[in-house]
Ligand binder design. Sequence first.
Ligand SMILES: Cc1ncc(COP(=O)(O)O)c(C=O)c1O
Length: 366
Amino acid sequence: MRVLDRPLLRHLPRLADRLPFVALGDFPTPIDDLAPVMRDARLSAPAYVKRDDRSSTVYGGNKVRTLEVLFAEALEGGATHVVSTGAFGTNHGVATALHAPRVGLDASALLFPQPASPCALENFEVLAARELHAIPHWSALPPAMLAASLRARLRHERTYVMVPGGATPRGALGYVNGALELAEQVAAGEVPEPRTIVVGVGSTCTTAGLLVGVHVASLLGVGFRAPPSIVGVRVTPWPVTAKRRIVGLAVRAARLLAELAGEPRFAFDAATLGAALTVDGTQLGRGYGHATAAGRDALVRFAAVEGLVLDTTYSAKAAAGLLDAARRGAAAPLLFWSTKSTAPLPSAAPSAPWWTRPWVHHASRP
Ligand SMILES: Cc1ncc(COP(=O)(O)O)c(C=O)c1O
């Protein structure tokens, strides 16, 4: 497999043949100034936005970085088919459906119900136009994932089944690379060194990767004199986003990185990583997928940045978390990690299977 130009591979050359990436995204993603948003909110702290919403014109957002490593692992293992799992509005599922064919993989999705927001319904249309398997509740996921593997085996296919959000240690390495990309932009003077990074936390994959990545960059002396604090804004409830779980995934990702790179100093412990992480549960509202007033307010304010369209499930709640952190005097400069794709979705024929009709029943009441 061709070695891609990714900061993580450049800084740790021993990873080149041990941690494959496939090219899906347009990196580095740009950084914009949030000054107009902060002024409008009567906040004086300097703040910036890392535009991972623009990580690909096919379909952007945070999952592109995760899939660059997970698809590479799938292909290395000889898989021909990848299965994403998640709520029916899953961005991870849409990213999988739209990017997998670009690297020769078939894709399907294993979905469970969620509140029907406009973004979720838009995503579901894309997923419903492709192979999908519906389950009545998230708790049925483990046996359904097993069944997906068995079905594939019967068809003599090698299938790579991903957990929701791709939240495995390897998946998190995509965001270790993302943090190094930011560190390089800091080193190049594109943005002042952030002291606080704010990001939405759902499956924990992105936050765990960033947490490790800022420590790796700081240890390597790239961009950060000290690791910036990470604020993970909950978009899914505890215990999915318990701090212990986020740090636990980060520790496992750090160990994997240390092993692959042959650099034991990257195996950061839970105390070191945990000290840099705050989990903000105040923006979740009624729960996953339920819009909040603070999120809607942030969505309107952040539209002052060109092309920055937030969604009420993830990025608007995280943006509200950034404004709140600034109000509470969090260390500045702040940096908002924008995670929801702003690429237009392909139009899809409305072909959802009849048994998922109750899911979209409340479509007119976002
Ligand atoms: C737009 C968006 N932002 C944030 C997140 C949270 O990321 P993670 O699941 O890696 O915690 C997700 C998860 O799917 C997402 O789709």
